[in-house]
Design a protein around this ligand. Structure first.
Ligand SMILES: NC(=O)c1ccc[n+]([C@@H]2O[C@H](COP(=O)([O-])OP(=O)(O)OC[C@H]3O[C@@H](n4cnc5c(N)ncnc54)[C@H](O)[C@@H]3O)[C@@H](O)[C@H]2O)c1
Length: 419
């Protein structure tokens, strides 16, 4: 039954973040309209079908009602709009704000018709200063429109859970009234100690600094792992020892072939470019990204110790998604690995329980098959840490492991990238 005390919300952009925001607020009893420009996506969501693989979100979407539409006019039936459109990177790594700007302009046009108060919330990840300089000016002639920044910290694979039990809620506000209105939506989601209220650009920076720090942690442990490998030390034991120190923390210390996805690589690059724009060259971030580019290629170096020429050799890949629990392949480490293998003349066959259709669009020339065929290759490379890879029999295979899959250690020949 509809909760009449809930607020009317519109969510613009129904990717992972938009759909999670829409479903999350619907679960909290708000009335949610979701708007996207891709009709097929909207059609699926309107029918309760999640266009991406995200387990809990998929199940929740069947239980809630989202009014999904391509018609922007439905914004007029809401009081708060969340901008959740994509912020991809330009070729030089800087942020491409065209979708944010486009959606804000479209919204402003419509809100001129509305005439009553409305809150616009920037939830997309945007570099500091964007909301003040690009979004807010669209509404400058609309005094009854307020703007807030409310970054999303979800991780793909556990998106809905992260929304419902967030580590913190960051509210960037330009006026207390608007921040209060936004906070009200979250009723009971977080205790007051994990709510941070800041100005607009600080909220934007918190998101970037958080992602850049996580990226740094991953590249750091990979660097330690690369040294450990040479010294015959198990970097996972080292990380366990480090993680006991609360100042360090145990998360994000899994050495391997680096980070991918739509957040860490592009956000770290965008922050680096923003720094450069101010005249300061961020040195740590530069190295974090460089190490992350090199790390997956270590798999080929290790492979060539056992198979010096890859020409015409059949190389199997286990895992194509950028992480387990998703079918998202954006910036997946599988991409540079497959590219490098093809360049060496190898024949590549691959398996991923969820991400094969997406990967096939990018690499139609490789073979997609089951795990048995992958394991029957001349060598197998483990690229994504899907749980199911821990239940396979590797005993007849040469395995190069990028993700520390314990069962693979029983392979005929086994090499871990950092251990
Ligand atoms: N994916 C993540 O894990 C994650 C986590 C936190 C923050 N973010 C940030 O959130 C934002 C969205 O990420 P995502 O992964 O959901 O992106 P996405 O590219 O998967 O989805 C964006 C959606 O916006 C739609 N869109 C574009 N222009 C539109 C318009 N004018 N009107 C309506 N819809 C429009 C697109 O069709 C697409 O469906 C990005 O800024 C990203 O950096 C992502």
């Amino acid at each position: 039954m509809e909760n009449l005390t809930g607020k009317a919300i519109s969510v613009i952009g129904l990717g992972v973040v938009g759909l999670t925001t829409a479903v999350g607020f619907a679960l909290k009893g708000h009335r949610v309209t979701g708007i996207d420009i891709v009709p097929e996506k909207v059609m699926k969501i309107a029918n309760g079908v999640n266009p991406t693989y995200e387990k809990e979100l998929t199940e929740a979407l069947r239980r809630v009602k989202i009014n999904a539409t391509t018609d922007f006019h439905h914004v007029l039936g809401s009081d708060i709009s969340f901008l959740c459109v994509g912020t991809p990177d330009n070729a030089d790594g800087s942020i491409d704000l065209r979708y944010v700007k486009g959606a804000a302009e479209q919204l402003a046009q419509l809100l001129m018709e509305k005439g009553t108060s409305h809150l616009v919330v920037v939830r997309s990840t945007v570099v500091p200063g964007t909301t003040e300089k690009i979004v807010a000016p669209c509404f400058k002639d609309l005094p009854e429109v307020g703007v807030c920044v409310n970054p999303e910290f979800l991780q793909e694979g556990t998106a809905l859970e992260d929304f419902l039990t967030p580590s913190r809620i960051v509210i960037g506000e330009d006026g207390r009234r608007w921040g209060d209105m936004l906070l009200d939506l979250y009723n009971g989601t977080a205790d007051s100690s994990s709510v941070l209220r800041t100005d607009l650009r600080t909220a934007e920076m918190i998101k970037y600094a958080s992602n850049a720090f996580l990226a740094t942690k991953v590249s750091f442990i990979n660097e330690i792992g690369n040294i450990c490998k040479e010294l015959g030390i198990d970097v996972y034991e080292v990380a366990r020892g480090m993680g006991h120190d609360n100042r360090i923390g145990k998360d994000f210390l899994k050495a391997g072939i680096g980070f991918g996805g739509f957040c860490l690589p592009k956000d770290t690059a965008a922050l680096m470019m923003k720094g450069k724009e101010t005249g300061y060259t961020p040195k740590i971030l530069q190295e974090v990204l460089q190490l992350n580019r090199e790390q997956p290629l270590r798999m080929l170096e290790l492979l060539k110790i056992h198979i010096p020429s890859l020409s015409n050799k059949v190389i199997g890949i286990l895992g194509l998604a950028f992480k387990p629990g998703t079918d998202d392949i954006r910036e997946s480490r599988a991409i540079p690995v497959v590219e490098a293998l093809l360049k060496e003349g190898a024949r590549v066959r691959a398996f991923d329980s969820q991400a094969m259709p997406n990967f096939q669009k990018l690499f139609p020339q490789i073979e997609y098959c089951g795990v048995d065929e992958v394991l029957a290759s001349d060598a197998t490379l483990i690229v994504t840490a899907w749980d199911e890879f821990n239940r396979l029999d590797y005993s007849n295979s040469i395995v190069i492991d990028g993700r520390r899959i314990d069962a693979a250690k029983r392979a005929q020949i086994y090499e871990g990238v950092c251990w």
